[in-house]
Ligand binder design. Structure first.
Ligand SMILES: *Cc1c(COP(=O)(O)O)cnc(C)c1O
Length: 374
């Protein structure tokens, strides 16, 4: 059989990604932060596709793209994107040569890390821009406040490094105001202690929740992730953001099951009466979380919401329909998107929107909507 003899069938599960909405959210973040932007594109741009999203953000002239590791930085460069790239976390030895060679900007968390970068840069005859990371309470990376002035002196003496920025990270900006203000004050005090804002070209500590909830005097760069993708980590701002990703699938079967019939593994749901049940071609193998099973998650079909019943299986889920439903095989199903907030799905799955977005598996085709509907 020749592949050209038959049409290739469309995917069973796909995400639609609205890059125009992404750019609107970027504009909102820029305005809310009132400073430069490092757009965070780690984890495949939160599942939206690293290359396309990085190109889109470059077109809007962000100051930096923020990534988790050198592999992501490499993919961005190979996609022809030349925006500056910043590494959001500490590095280990085997990653550093390529970081210097590609002129990626790391933050440094220890003298040992800085000395290693300094040695590589010296050997290659370049001067590497680095940002000094300060641990104001996240406990994941950075220099502790204690003794930082002395360490800064040692860093400043490393000839092949340029200390271009100072950074910290908020641990609880979406859940603990008092602690967040403590972190912000500690960051501002550290900047002062190290010679003041003018010492650093870039000063940054705000993630999405930080941008939305907390003005910071000495900040001139902000690092939005989640809000660019249309989700507000703190209540009150959701209406200001545009939905970017919609997870979709199709109905593959509609039947009426008799009363007393189990639905899905373990028969956790049993019909109380004859019930219309639609089967939909998506499951946890696509990243739709199994943990929503039995939690009253809903999907959107033909203008209405319908509950998922029984357990989510690897490739299929079942949805209860009203008796008079006109839903039929082939109908499009929204799992999350404009009608079903991904945060609701995350809540039902006992997790956070970040994890749902980054958990959409490669089997799910990414479909990009043209900007401006063109
Ligand atoms: C992931 C990350 C961000 C973005 O966080 P959001 O809450 O998604 O806005 C910012 N800064 C650092 C250091 C990060 O790791």
């Amino acid at each position: 059989m020749n592949p050209s003899d038959f049409p290739i069938s469309p995917p069973r599960a796909w995400v639609e990604i609205d890059t125009a909405a992404l750019l609107e959210n970027l504009a909102y973040a820029r305005n809310a932060a009132g400073c430069g932007i490092m757009a965070v594109v780690k984890a495949g741009a939160y599942g939206h596709g690293l290359e396309v999203i990085s190109r889109t953000l470059e077109s809007a002239r962000v100051d930096f793209l923020g990534v988790a590791n050198i592999g992501e930085a490499r993919r961005i460069r190979e996609a022809g994107v030349s925006s500056r790239i910043y590494l959001l976390g500490a590095t280990w030895e085997a990653e550093r040569e390529e970081i210097v060679a590609r002129n990626i900007t790391p933050c440094v968390s220890s003298l040992e890390e800085a000395a290693a970068f300094n040695a590589i840069a010296a050997r290659r005859g370049v001067r590497l821009a680095v940002h000094i990371a300060v641990d104001t309470g996240m406990g994941r990376g950075g220099f502790l406040a204690e003794g930082i002035a002395e360490n800064f002196g040692t860093l400043a003496a490393m000839d092949s490094l340029e200390i271009e920025g100072i950074a910290s990270h908020l641990s609880s900006a979406d859940e603990d105001e008092e602690f967040t203000w403590r972190q912000i004050r500690s960051f501002e005090e550290t900047v002062e202690q190290l010679g003041g804002a003018e010492k650093f070209r870039w000063r940054h500590l705000s993630n999405s929740a930080g941008i939305l909830g907390y003005p910071v005097g000495c900040r001139n760069l902000a690092r939005p992730g989640l809000m660019l993708y249309g989700i507000s980590p703190i209540p009150g701002f959701q209406e200001s953001l545009k939905n970017v990703m919609s997870l979709k699938s199709r109905v593959t079967l509609v039947r009426t099951l008799p009363a007393g019939h189990g639905v899905s593994y373990g028969r956790s749901f049993v019909t109380a009466r004859p019930t219309r049940i639609a089967t939909v071609g998506i499951g946890y193998g696509d990243g739709y979380p199994r943990h929503v099973s039995g939690k009253g998650a809903e999907v959107f079909i033909r203008g209405a919401k319908h509950p998922v019943v029984g357990r989510v299986t690897m490739d299929q889920i079942m949805v209860e329909l009203p008796d008079d439903s006109d839903v039929s095989c082939g109908d499009e199903v929204e799992l999350f998107g404009a009608h079903i907030p991904v945060a609701d799905v995350a809540g039902k799955a006992d997790t956070i929107a970040w994890e749902i977005l980054t958990g959409i598996t490669p089997r799910v085709q990414r479909v990009y909507l043209p900007e401006n509907g063109a």
